[in-house]
Ligand binder design. Structure first.
Ligand code: ADP
Ligand code: RBF
Ligand code: MG
Length: 218
């Protein structure tokens, strides 16, 4: 890749701007990526943004399993890791495109929550296995929304319970952040963006939200 560690990034729906460290020169720089601009694609993920959007929404039903326990402890942002072995999905696990997404999720018979979702290898940590991990977002009026160490949603544990998840929209590629603070900052901004998009894209969202609330298969 052209860049090594992302220091910060800024994105609108059509432009991604990365501040990066150049792999060879070790210098920081600013890099703007236009989806149509094929000459300046820093990763394969970027090339595939259009392709990924066409695959959405992706629906999944799976058990919640234990991961490394880092979400809550390191980041203050717990994520319900899905079990690839019990996963039912509208697309095979191997083909799920890596990235950060927004959508909706439900655990067991609980209510439907907005969800900021990570699919991939957590490049800041360098995982060897791909994971699908939604972070469930409580409304801002809900005290559980402010319960985590970073003021994000902390619900009860729900390991072994069934999660219904719909992945509706693509937010950005997963990135190797320089330090956990930068990663947390990016995830917090994904959470805000998720809430905005869940409220704004009503038509697109409502059908998927209904599916999450139902007991229909994928
Ligand atoms: P792990 O690495 O085992 O996934 P995490 O630190 O990411 O551990 O914590 C995730 C677990 O925390 C979930 O499996 C669930 O039991 C619980 N949890 C509590 N609140 C939330 C939330 N808002 N979103 C997702 N999981 C949550
Ligand atoms: N991990 C990364 O290494 N890079 C990312 O850009 C990244 N973005 C995330 C965005 C969201 C909304 C969520 C919920 C997680 C993200 N993660 C990312 C995954 C994070 O590293 C992981 O959830 C924790 O390490 C706990 O497994
Ligand atoms: Mg997790």
């Amino acid at each position: 890749p052209l860049w090594k560690k992302v220091i910060s990034f800024h994105h609108t729906s059509f432009r991604l701007q990365f501040k990066y460290v150049h792999e060879e020169r070790g210098k920081a720089g600013l890099f703007t990526v236009e989806p149509k601009d094929r000459q300046h694609q820093p990763t394969a993920t970027m090339v595939e943004v259009d392709k990924i959007r066409k695959m959405l929404p992706i629906r999944m039903i799976s058990k919640v399993v234990r991961g490394f326990g880092r979400g809550s402890k390191d980041l203050g942002i717990p994520t319900a890791n899905l079990d690839r072995d019990s996963l039912e999905s509208s697309m095979p696990f191997e083909n799920l495109p890596t990235g950060i997404y927004w959508g909706f999720a439900r655990i067991g018979e609980d209510q439907v929550y907005k969800a900021a979702i990570s699919i991939g290898y957590n490049p800041t940590y360098g995982n060897e296995q791909k994971t699908v991990e939604p972070h469930l977002i409580a409304p801002s009026s809900d005290p559980r929304r402010h319960a985590s160490s970073t003021q994000e949603t902390l619900l009860q544990d729900f390991y072994d319970q069934t999660c219904r998840l719909t992945v509706i929209g693509y937010l950005r590629p997963e990135l190797p952040f320089e330090g956990l603070e930068k990663l947390v900052e990016a995830i917090k901004s994904d959470i805000l963006e998720t809430e905005r998009l869940c409220d704004e894209c009503k038509e697109q969202a409502s059908k998927e939200k209904d599916w999450v609330a139902s007991s229909s298969s994928v």
